[in-house]
Design a protein around this ligand. Structure first.
Ligand code: GLP
Length: 251
């Protein structure tokens, strides 16, 4: 066990200025960094840890709570406390697709088509996509998976006039961007994206395999072709427990 053995018999030192809960927190983090505890591993129970380390159970709880709040540990009701899955650390600098993002990390992307319809857009989408009144959109809902685990749910709006003859079967697997490139000769240009935190709703939560009310990142992207024509408005709900985004700032 990670927390036993001669070197760790009494590894916490009450004479140090750092409080015991903090020392334990660091000890758990170190075990994760060094690979002695891996994503999905179960931690010993609070009682066991308190006994092994000769500390109070409340101190253990204090340390594990702090790590749960940081997303490093997860508690599963009735099952115990586990090491969280490592997050996908994604920089937002380039216009890439989900498929490319997953493949570049050595993960296997997959897509589940949830719905496909031809609809009238609301005013905002109509304006964003430069559509005339009466022109329709394809409304496409997809669940995106990496190594069979749900990562995001995406609702894409594509202008019907730009992609005549797009079929449901075209979208059942694989990359939307590849399909548009191959079938409609589309070249990607740029995108405007917003990122905000929202609490996941019941339907979303079920698809993503997380609890209702948990946080998700809502990314809204308006994507343009190389010629400057808007061709996609998409709302993507990314699991906040599996994603971390980063940006570079300069001055
Ligand atoms: C990302 C973006 C979406 C975009 C999608 C295309 O997930 N957030 O806005 O629609 O990539 O990915 P793919 O070509 O794999 O379908």
């Amino acid at each position: 066990m990670v927390f036993s053995g001669s070197q760790t018999k009494y590894p916490l030192d009450p004479t140090l200025p750092a409080p015991l809960y903090f020392q334990l927190q660091k000890m758990i983090q170190k075990a994760i960094e060094e690979g002695r505890l891996k994503p999905g591993d179960k931690l010993p129970s609070e009682r066991e840890l308190a006994k092994t380390l000769d500390i109070n159970r409340l101190t253990v709880r204090h340390a594990t709570n702090a790590l749960v709040n940081k997303g490093i540990l997860v508690r599963k009701r009735g099952l115990g406390t586990f090491v969280a899955q490592t997050k996908i650390n994604q920089g937002l600098f380039h216009l890439t697709s989900f498929t490319e993002d997953m493949k570049s990390r050595g993960l296997k992307p997959a897509t589940l088509l949830l719905s496909f319809a031809i609809e009238t857009p609301d005013l905002q989408v109509r304006e964003d996509l430069n559509l005339l009144q009466g022109e329709k959109i394809y409304l496409i809902e997809r669940l995106r998976l990496a190594n069979n685990e749900p990562m995001a749910r995406e609702i894409s709006c594509l202008p019907y006039p730009l992609f005549p003859g797009l079929k449901e079967t075209d979208l059942e697997h694989g990359s939307l961007y590849n399909l548009l490139r191959e079938k409609f000769n589309l070249s990607l240009g740029r995108a405007r994206e917003t990122l905000e935190a929202v609490a996941v709703e019941k339907k979303e939560a079920e698809f993503l395999g997380i609890k209702t009310g948990n946080p998700v990142f809502l990314r809204e992207r308006l994507t343009y072709t190389e010629q400057g024509q808007p061709f996609e408005f998409v709302r993507s709900f990314y699991r906040a427990d599996r994603y971390k985004f980063f940006f570079y700032l300069e001055r």
